[in-house]
Design a protein around this ligand. Structure first.
Ligand SMILES: *[C@@H]1O[C@H](CO)[C@@H](O)[C@H](O)[C@H]1NC(C)=O
Ligand SMILES: *[C@@H]1O[C@H](CO)[C@@H](O)[C@H](O)[C@H]1NC(C)=O
Ligand SMILES: *[C@@H]1O[C@H](CO)[C@@H](O)[C@H](O)[C@H]1NC(C)=O
Length: 208
């Protein structure tokens, strides 16, 4: 091996280590989006043991408990108003938006949780077919979130969604919380992260 190629080897190793460190730093300072989890869900009109659910005086409300969690270790989160929409999907061909609820904008400290527990009025839910054992609701959350870190202060859109299955008791059919997931669209923050990486690589090339 010539002296020259040895120098190159050392340079490339050093460069790789620096890149790795930068990657790790960028990765760990990138904030995580908050999580939204449906812990409780009750649709009175679908409680088949409640006789009044068959009548026009059926209680047309949805009760829900949604946990909003900021999992970041060092960053607080700013939320724009959190808009929740509930759609009833009585069968695969039909979807009706039946209720909406908005949580006013708020701030949440790092690693804190907030429970939104509300009873919302709906536009009417009738059991589609009383022999069907489960009904499906779509819960969608739209908001914008920003973080206390100066690089991520600007609020970015979030749109997460999940289906909640309701049994013949009118309650969510599983005991586990249901986490909402990104429905569509690109995460702008990934773009920003890639940009930072390219920038740091370019800087290193210049240094070399
Ligand atoms: C369903 O309705 C029955 C009869 O009114 C009631 O006893 C029961 O508590 C209801 N279920 C839930 C989960 O509230
Ligand atoms: C409808 O049900 C909800 C939740 O179970 C309850 O809070 C509310 O008081 C009920 N409304 C009526 C009119 O019974
Ligand atoms: C209700 O659902 C059951 C089971 O899926 C089905 O056999 C029945 O035909 C349905 N009834 C109506 C009126 O759609």
């Amino acid at each position: 091996m010539t002296n020259c190629s040895r120098v190159w080897c050392i340079l490339i190793s050093v460069a790789s280590i620096i890149t790795a460190v930068i990657v790790v730093c960028v990765y760990y300072t990138n904030p995580s989006d908050p999580s939204f989890t449906i812990n409780e869900f009750y649709v009175s009109a679908l409680n088949l043991s409640d006789i009044s659910s068959t009548t026009t005086t059926a209680n047309q409300t949805i009760f829900f408990d949604m946990k909003v969690h900021n999992k970041n270790k060092v960053m607080g989160t700013y939320y724009d108003p959190v808009r929740i929409t509930f759609s009833y999907i009585p069968n695969i061909k039909l979807t009706f938006v039946v209720a909406e609820y908005t949580v006013p904008k708020f701030y949440q400290d790092n690693q804190k949780s907030k429970h939104v527990r509300e009873t919302v009025a709906t536009r009417g839910i009738a059991p589609f077919n009383r022999t069907v054992t489960t009904s499906v609701f779509k819960v969608e959350v739209f908001t914008k979130v920003g973080f206390t870190s100066p690089a991520y202060r600007k609020k970015e859109s979030m749109d997460v969604v999940a289906n909640v299955r309701v049994g013949q008791t009118g309650e969510k059919d599983s005991d586990k919380g249901i986490k909402l997931f990104e429905s569509a669209g690109v995460d702008d923050r990934v773009g920003m992260q890639t940009g930072l990486l390219i920038l740091s690589m370019a800087t290193m090339l210049v240094i070399i």
